[in-house]
Design a protein around this ligand. Structure first.
Ligand SMILES: [Zn+2]
Length: 203
């Protein structure tokens, strides 16, 4: 093999597309094309997030054929795919995961896993909108403290403070899909319970 093939992870979704989705939704307009575009970009990101965590836990997917390769998390260890011959050290593999907002514990993996199942099964634009809305308003949880960090930073491009401010000012209106206002209110309450996050100015 001339060059090492590195694993690729789906990028975080640009906020502008999500903003447009909420602006239209607030006016009662459901743009199915945009819903699918945003929805499947989030789905790909969730799948990457789950696979990256699985790799970090000891089961790395081959970057060429996807076969799972068990490893012992030693940086020098050479991952070798018995199916296609692909090879890479665990250290080089792990370097593609670090500092890319691809790490989380069980509650987030469960939330993302649910979305991966639910979004493609959503029968109506409203169901799609609610699946997206529930996902991006999720939190990382720690059993002792409750919510610790919004998952939006793992799904949407930007720094934590920027992504929180972005979600805070998402358009809501009389035409918004029922349920969205409630989710937003709950999200703000949970956010307020996290002391160390920089809050948007007006909250
Ligand atoms: Zn392979």
């Amino acid at each position: 093999m001339s060059a090492e093939t590195l694993p690729e992870w789906a990028p975080r979704v640009p906020p502008a597309k999500i903003q447009r989705l909420y602006e239209l939704d607030a006016l009662g307009i459901q743009d199915e094309e945009l819903l699918d575009e945003v929805g499947y970009a989030l789905l790909a990101r969730c799948q990457s997030f789950i696979a990256a965590n699985q790799a970090t836990a000891g089961q790395a997917a081959c970057a060429v054929c996807g076969r799972l390769i068990a490893h012992s998390k030693i940086k020098e260890e050479l991952l070798h795919c018995p199916a296609c011959g692909w090879e890479l050290t665990w250290g080089a593999y792990f370097a593609t995961i670090q500092h890319r907002q691809l790490s989380g514990a069980e509650p987030v993996l469960d939330l993302f896993g649910e979305y991966v199942t639910q979004f493609p099964a959503a029968a109506s634009p409203a169901e799609k909108m609610l699946a997206i809305d529930t996902l991006i308003h999720g939190f990382h949880w720690y059993y002792k403290f409750g919510p610790t960090r919004p998952v939006a930073v793992n799904l949407i491009k930007g720094r934590l403070g920027e992504v929180v401010a972005f979600l805070d000012r998402l358009s809501l209106g009389p035409g918004s899909t029922p349920g969205i206002q409630e989710t937003h209110t709950e999200w703000k309450e949970k956010l307020d319970s996290i002391k160390w996050i920089r809050k948007p100015k007006d909250s």
